[in-house]
Each structure stands twice: as C-alpha cells, then as structure tokens.
Write a protein that binds this ligand. Structure first.
Ligand code: ATP
Length: 374
C-alpha cells in the first residue's frame, strides 16, 4: 500500500532528447492510474522511471513521502508486469513465482506457502509444476501477475500486459486485473494503447502528449469534459467529430449554413469569433425533418458500418468537405448516397479554441487528485 508523488519529473536521454517535460501527479493509496497517449508520448519512459529502470533527469519521485530518485529498482518495492511476460523458460511456474522471494532469502517452506496461496488467488494451483512453454498466453500472463503479487510490493506497474492476448482473453484478464488490484488494495500504474481497457480499468486516466500530461481525471470526467481537443479526440471511439464554426449570438453558425443553439453563451468567446466545435458520434441522432438553421445538419451518407448493437454512419456535410461519423442505435436502413438529417444534442457540444485547442466552454479546474470510488 503506497502513495506516489511525481514532482516536475523530467527525462532527457543521453542523446539530448527530452522525453518528459516536468510531469506532476499525485497517486492515492490503492488507486489504479491508467496512462494513455499516442506512440512516443513518453508512457514507457515514465513507467520505467517509476520502476527505477531509467534514471530521473529532473524533479522528484516519492513513494509514501520518501524520495526514491536514486534507489535501485530492487529497493523501491515496486513490481512490474511486462507485455512479454519475461518468465524464465527453464523454471517451473512455482519457481518463476517464487524467484524474488528466493533472492530475498525467504526459506523454502515459507516460499512454497506464499506461492501456493497466490496461485489459488489467480487460478494457477494446478499448473505450478509446468514450464512456461507448456502454458497458454493467458496462463503465462497470469504467472507474470502471480510473480508480482507474491512479492507483496507497494506498487504494481503494468506495461501493456494484455497486448499479446486475443480479444476475448483480454476482456477476461482485464476484469481479473481490476478485481485483484482492488482486492489486494495495491497502488497501480497501467500503460495501455487500448481505449476500452483504459476506460474500464482506471480510477483516473492520465492522457499524455509529447512528454506532457494533457489531462488527468476519472474516465467519465475526461469523456464529458475533455480539457483540450487532443484529449477529446483521444478518449472515445469512434473519435469525436470536429467542425469549424463561428459564435453567433446565443448559438453557432457552421460554414454549411446550419445554426445550432447553445445551452449557454461561452464566456471566453466573443461574438463572431471562430471556434472548433466537437460533437461525439453518439450525440448525433437521425431525424426525419428539419432544414438549415433548425439545429440540424444535412448530410450525404458515404459509408455505413453495421456493428449489430449500433450502426456507424460516415457522412459528408452538404456542400462541404467535412466528414462526420454518427453512431446510431440498432441496425439502420441507411445506405451509401442517402441524404440524412442529423440533430446534434446541443447539451453535449464541446467548444475548443481553434488555435490552442484548449476547451472554451466553462472549463472546470483540472482534476489532478481525487478520492475516486473503487
Ligand atoms: P509507445 O506507445 O510506442 O511504446 P511511448 O509513449 O511508450 O511509446 P516512449 O517509449 O516513452 O514512448 O518514448 C518517448 C520518446 O522518447 C520517443 O520519442 C522515443 O523515441 C524517445 N526515446 C525512448 N528511449 C530513448 C532512448 N534510449 N534514447 C533516446 N530517445 C529515446
């Protein structure tokens, strides 16, 4: 059980490239933090710095209030679960799981007891005598988890632990990791590329971009109040639609001639000013009638993707190059070339500065720290 504090943490590699530019983050005891961001944004660098596998160039890292910048990995009481499992091929499951305890000089009988207890916790009790090559991918991942749990570390670090598993197993393991992490009450930092994994696992999500934190908050907070266009485009699938618009009294005018009423006038935009309008695909509904100026968008369908539970409709705004995606409930009788009228839910529009990308409408203070529910 531990808290983590990152204070202006930065990393410059020996070749002079700065991969992290002063990251601040406070992680609560027992919290599961998921770090997401595009390739190269510094997620692995950050995780490796927490683990002690990468030196810290500037700032401070504290575990339970104690500075650990210069401690060796073994001294930090942190366990890392890797994407490639990193199991010893010549050792049995039991020996893989008990290896760290052996190194610590824990006597054989005590080691066996701990390994067996952990194996029961994660459903490996019948596989303890097998070698890693005699296991499925999911079972190997379980051993890697077991090896981390046995050590009873203060902090778990996960580096894309499920990316080698098939879709069904990923879902199972995701649920299991969440259950185990909460049951053990251990603080965890989890890096992933997978949107759904990030949204479903995280107590709080950290969105990174170019070596900086763009926003920190609960998954729902980031979905509903993204602080920037970058976060808005990164959280949610399919991604949010972005359209040029101009503030026009109590509403917005789009280049296609559509006019959308706004629930309240954004404080930080002057009348007539250009804005970037964000609309999530699930907040566009197909309606049977309406015209320009009526709070609706006239579009022509370019592609229909039926997903079963819902249908993705890719369409072009009339007379414009802009493409929008609408996510419509159920299987829809819509075909390529059809003309449709889409009504955006005006209570759920997002406005961003077209230059800086920052959110314009009633921005809430960033949720850097929360006592989010388990
Ligand atoms: P991915 O999602 O692709 O794994 P990431 O977000 O984990 O990416 P990092 O691996 O942390 O990104 O890399 C961040 C940046 O630092 C990248 O631009 C990368 O090229 C650079 N980088 C990583 N390791 C080194 C190194 N040893 N020397 C110099 N630059 C490095």
């Amino acid at each position: 059980m531990a808290t983590l504090r990152l204070d202006a943490l930065s990393k410059t590699y020996p070749n002079g490239f700065t991969a992290l530019h002063g990251v601040d983050l406070a992680i609560d005891d027992g919290e599961l933090i998921v770090v997401v961001g595009p390739s190269g944004c510094g997620k692995s660098t950050l995780l490796r710095m927490l683990a002690g596998l990468e030196s810290i160039s500037g700032g401070e890292l504290a575990i339970d209030g104690r500075r650990v910048n210069d401690l060796e990995p073994a001294e930090r009481d942190i366990a890392m679960v890797f994407q490639n499992y990193a199991l010893y091929p010549h050792m049995s499951v039991a020996d893989n799981m008990g290896y760290a305890l052996k190194n610590r000089g824990v006597p054989k009988a005590a080691r066996r007891r701990k390994v067996e207890k952990t194996a029961r916790l994660i459903g490996l009790e019948d596989l303890l005598d097998r070698r890693p090559r005699q296991l499925s991918g999911g079972q190997r991942q379980r051993v890697a988890m077991g090896r981390a749990i046995v050590r009873e570390p203060k902090v778990f670090l996960f580096d894309e632990p499920l990316s080698n598993l098939d879709a069904k197993l990923r879902v199972q393991m995701r649920i299991e990791i969440r259950r185990l992490q909460k049951r053990l009450g251990v603080t965890a930092v989890y890096v992933t590329h997978d949107q759904v994994e990030a949204m479903t696992l995280a107590d709080r999500l950290v969105v990174m971009n170019g070596g900086r934190i763009e926003q920190v908050g609960t998954p729902m907070h980031l979905y509903e109040r993204p602080a920037s266009r970058f976060v808005a485009g990164f959280i949610g699938s399919p991604a949010m639609n972005f359209l040029d618009a101009r503030l026009d009294g109590d509403g917005l005018t789009l280049p296609c001639g559509a006019r959308l009423a706004l629930p309240s006038e954004p404080e930080r935009v002057a009348d007539g000013e250009a804005v970037c309008l964000g609309v999530r695909p699930e907040h566009l509904a197909v309606v049977s009638e309406g015209g320009a100026g009526d709070g609706v968008l006239s579009v022509r369908v370019e592609l229909v993707e039926p997903l079963g539970a819902d249908t993705l409709v890719h369409a072009r705004l009339d007379g414009q190059d802009d493409l929008v995606v609408a996510r419509i409930d159920g299987i829809q009788p819509v075909a390529e070339g059809d003309s449709l009228i889409l009504r955006p839910d005006t209570d759920r529009l997002h406005l961003f500065d077209p230059d800086s990308g920052q959110r314009l409408d009633d921005l809430e203070p960033e949720c850097q720290h929360s006592t989010s529910p388990a």
